[in-house]
Design a protein around this ligand. Structure first.
Ligand code: ATP
Ligand code: MG
Length: 601
């Protein structure tokens, strides 16, 4: 019951429609009530008291028909079939209305839920996405939400409708003969015990089933987006095996679910049958005692048989609602996830900065086991270029992720122009940073829209200017539709170097006071890189640039170079100073430029 109330609460967002729908189901129940009560006059007036009863003579029957037309008593007989038609028509109309209204409630609630879920996912911090697999989230947004929609649109409406009908029928039979009704219902509570057991099992299995579905989504997502690697390593059979294992598990839990849900209806029906047989026995004795007429008993039996359907549908609706409740729990898990990075309650927008970046003994760990950064302190004055070098896995990208506040340092302070970045709003902070990430992310859209991503009212000239500075204009013009060319999922129709140049153009167009290039030119030939460097040098004058590069020629001209190793800042200085220091930097340099290294020494 608690869970049905939870679902009802969801549906209550659409109060008006719900109320209307309930009103309609109320009418449906009312018509059912009338219908059952018609049975008594049909039997008693039309059959039992009719002169034709027990006389199988054809002529007499015609007499009866003539008489019917003449005598007022027989007018009821004419009226009854008309009333039957009217009642069935009325019941049908209100069934249609209540069903449509309930479906629309389901669709509306679910649209809102999907949007809300998406907002929650969008605003999660990166750590959340490190933890929760993409396929899992997708499955919650599609599959689980669908189940709730089905349940709200169909089952919840059924549930209410059948409950009303059941109530109407109950009232009906108690009015006909409360004694007989009471006797019949001694057996009924028996039904509650198995129904509760079925619900419990269904919910548990439903949850498991959705988890297995999420696993399938994950596999699909990984192998489809990573199809090249799968092929290159001829892992098709391996992946197929994994997939078949996942579908097998889903299949098994589905079968168990099917087993329980298929069993519940016939089982409840059987219980109904037992009750029916019992009533037949007691009822026939009541007629013998002369307490009720055959018509009354007919109506009673009709009502009891009509309860059959609602009970059956109630147990079916209960199945679907239990599954929906399980899905709702999975959705609430997402809705209740709080982003790790929170703005301070009194956060204010960061005014346009000059771009002096300072790390003050910053430490950070992705997980408790191993620190990613230890006591890192450095300063990049406004409008200068700072470069970070070091072996792979040293912590360079991590430094950038802390500056953009994707993650929070465990200790230490990061300031821009002397303002602690924890004091300002996330939006205003990130608005002042242009980031070219190490793995380029482009969207399945046109070249133009990818460059202008996140910016409003951008003229074509601006886009072209940024593209020229990023040395992307020429290759864009060679694309089939120039700036309007669709570049495919994740920019898959472009080469890696082309993707990098689009990403650089995107960062340049944003015109931020702080520009971050994380291995932004690693896929480019030396000539293109040199040209981009020149373009950058031109616009570097009034912005702080943070460059990460393995290719030391990229960073040689930087105002300050920081060497990061195993999460620590080991060396700092200009290229010349670091060469003189003859430490890690010099070793790296030697490896890349053996002859020059000799000369510098
Ligand atoms: N999302 C993450 N979750 C957990 N650990 C991470 C995550 N990202 C990076 N790490 C770990 O943090 C350390 C530093 O990673 P980081 O990406 O900063 O290195 P990097 O210097 O940028 O390396 P590269 O030159 O290869 O890009 C590595 O040991 C890495 O395993
Ligand atoms: Mg990196």
């Amino acid at each position: 019951m608690k869970q049905i109330i939870q679902l009802l609460k969801l549906a209550l967002q659409e109060r008006k429609r719900m109320a209307l729908s309930f009103l309609c189901t109320f009418f449906v129940a009312g018509f059912t009530y009338v219908f059952v009560n018609l049975v008594q006059p049909i039997i008693d007036e039309m059959f039992v008291r009719s002169p034709v009863s027990g006389v199988p003579d054809k002529m007499r029957f015609m007499d009866f028909v003539f008489q019917t037309l003449g005598i007022s008593k027989e007018k009821i007989v004419v009226a009854i079939p008309l009333i039957v038609v009217a009642v069935i028509l009325g019941k049908g109309l209100f069934t249609f209305l209540s069903s449509y209204l309930m479906k629309s409630v389901g669709h509306r609630v679910v649209k809102r839920m999907r949007d809300d879920l998406y907002v929650h996912i969008l605003y999660q911090s990166p750590a959340y996405f490190d933890r929760v697999p993409t396929g899992d989230l997708m499955s919650r947004l599609t599959n689980d939400v669908d189940k709730i929609q089905q349940s709200l649109s169909g089952s919840l409406g059924d549930f209410i409708e059948e409950l009303f009908t059941l109530l109407a029928l109950l009232v009906g039979i108690f009015i006909i003969d409360w004694h007989l009704a009471l006797v019949s219902f001694v057996v009924t509570p028996l039904a509650a015990v198995p129904l509760a057991a079925f619900s419990r099992i269904l919910k548990r299995k439903g949850l498991k089933n959705q988890r297995e579905m999420a696993r399938i989504y994950n596999l699909l997502h990984e192998t489809i987006s990573g199809h090249k690697v799968v092929k290159a390593f001829t892992m098709e059979k391996f992946e197929l095996g994994k997939f078949m294992e996942a579908t097998r598990r889903y299949f098994q839990t589905s079968l168990k679910l099917a087993w329980v849900s298929s069993l519940s209806s016939p089982f409840m029906e059987f219980l109904g049958g037992v009750v029916g047989a019992f009533i037949l026995y007691v009822g026939s004795r009541r007629i013998g005692e002369g307490v009720i007429s055959p018509g009354d008993f007919g109506a009673f039996v009709m009502a009891v048989f009509m309860m059959y359907m609602p009970i059956k549908r109630l147990s079916k609706a209960n199945n679907s609602i239990q599954q929906a409740v399980a899905c709702h729990e999975r959705i609430r898990e997402v809705q209740q996830a709080v982003p790790e990075i929170q703005e301070a309650p009194d956060a204010y927008p960061l005014p346009r900065v000059r771009g002096a970046v300072k790390f003050d003994s910053v430490s950070f760990a992705y997980n408790e086991s191993r620190p990613a950064l230890q006591e890192v302190s450095f300063e990049a004055p406004a409008c200068t270029t700072a470069a970070f070098v070091g072996l792979s896995g040293g912590g360079k990208t991590t430094i950038i992720s802390l500056l953009t506040r994707f993650y929070e340092p465990s200790s230490g302070r990061i300031t821009i122009d002397g303002i602690d970045i924890r004091e300002v709003t996330l939006e205003s902070l990130r608005a002042q940073i242009g980031l070219v990430t190490q793995d380029i992310i482009l969207f399945n859209d046109t070249v133009r829209n990818n460059i202008a991503y996140g910016l409003k009212d951008i003229s074509s000239e601006d886009v072209i200017r940024a593209a020229r500075a990023a040395r992307a204009h020429d290759f864009i013009m060679e694309l089939p539709e120039g700036y309007e060319t669709q570049i495919g999922e994740r920019g898959g129709l472009l080469s890696s170097g082309q993707r990098q140049r689009l990403a650089i153009a995107r960062a340049l167009l944003k015109d931020p006071p702080i520009l971050i290039l994380d291995e932004a030119t690693s896929a480019l030939d030396s000539e293109s890189e040199r040209l981009i460097q020149e373009a950058l040098a031109r616009i570097k004058k009034n912005r702080t640039t943070l460059i990460i590069a393995h290719r030391l020629s990229t960073i040689r001209g930087a105002d300050r170079i920081f060497v990061i190793d195993h999460g620590r800042l080991c060396e700092a200085g200009t290229h010349e100073e670091l060469c003189r220091l003859n430490g890690i930097y010099m070793r790296l340099y030697d490896l890349q430029f053996p002859e020059e290294g000799e000369r510098v020494r």
